[in-house]
Design a protein around this ligand. Structure first.
Ligand code: ADP
Ligand code: ADP
Length: 228
């Protein structure tokens, strides 16, 4: 029950040299449990589209619906992971992962259990009391992923999440993400400029055009991999 519908979304910014068309009539849908990647060159409108889907920005035209409801801001339905981690530096790993659960009033004992379980899922058991500054980039992104998964969101939204780590770590995190996806059955929307990554991870790849703001094509990737 977590179909995402991007419906005729257009975005025009008021640039200092006049209007900037960032998205033109973008439409596609993501089915429950699907892993869809959005790929395209710099400036094609990926970040704009991501922010609109996340409810962080209102499009000039069109709308995004999650299971029929218009998304109008970040909430417990969405788990969001950014390239730059955005962890709370004053909180421990557990404090970061448990943040959303505090927000939605999950009682402490249940919260602790869920945080433990999530740390295990992302391979960070034993790191609950560590602070983000003492973690590698890959580990920080695992914390961000666990935090995003904590409230059990309908949709996991990721914006270039592996853009800041080295190639070896990136390959490892990609495999781990696919494992998490298989295990949890989450719907995933993943933005990247890396075509290889888009093809490796996506069931379907939404290819955006160099001409800003347009979807060029949507490609089904014929992958033989286990589905949950
Ligand atoms: P991408 O993430 O694919 O690099 P963006 O969504 O960041 O693409 O940008 C798409 C287009 O919109 C670019 O031409 C960019 O310069 C423009 N743009 C993005 N944000 C703004 C803004 N706040 N004001 C004006 N133009 C913007
Ligand atoms: P990155 O995620 O940046 O690639 P790695 O996973 O390669 O980081 O780990 C970097 C270092 O952090 C490793 O050398 C290892 O000692 C430590 N480390 C990472 N994950 C764990 C873990 N689950 N348990 C113990 N040590 C870990």
């Amino acid at each position: 029950a977590d179909r995402v519908a991007i419906d005729d979304v257009s975005m025009v910014y008021d640039g200092s040299n006049g209007p900037v068309e960032a998205l033109r009539e973008v439409s596609f849908a993501v089915d429950p449990g699907e892993f869809v990647t959005i790929v395209g060159p710099s400036g094609c409108g990926k970040t704009t589209l991501f922010r609109i889907i996340a409810g962080l920005q209102t499009p000039t035209e069109g709308e995004v619906r999650l299971d029929g409801d218009v998304i109008d801001g970040p909430g417990p339905d969405l788990g969001i992971v950014f390239q730059e981690y955005h962890l709370f530096p004053w909180r421990t790993v557990s404090g970061n992962v448990g943040f959303g659960l505090e927000q939605d009033g999950t009682p402490a004992p249940e919260r602790r259990e869920r945080v433990e379980q999530l740390l295990e899922t992302v391979g960070l058991d034993g790191f609950g009391d560590t602070h983000p500054k003492d973690l590698s980039g890959g580990m920080k992104q695992r914390v961000a992923l666990a935090r995003a998964l904590a409230p059990d969101p309908d949709l996991l939204l990721m914006d270039e999440p592996f853009g800041a780590v080295d190639a070896q770590t990136k390959a490892k995190l990609q495999e781990e993400l696919l494992d998490v996806w298989t295990e949890t059955g989450k719907t995933v929307l993943f933005v990247t400029h890396d075509i290889e990554e888009a093809i490796k991870l996506g069931d379907r790849v939404v290819v955006m055009d160099r001409e800003p703001g347009r979807v060029q094509e949507i490609v089904d990737i014929d992958l033989e991999r286990p589905r949950s």
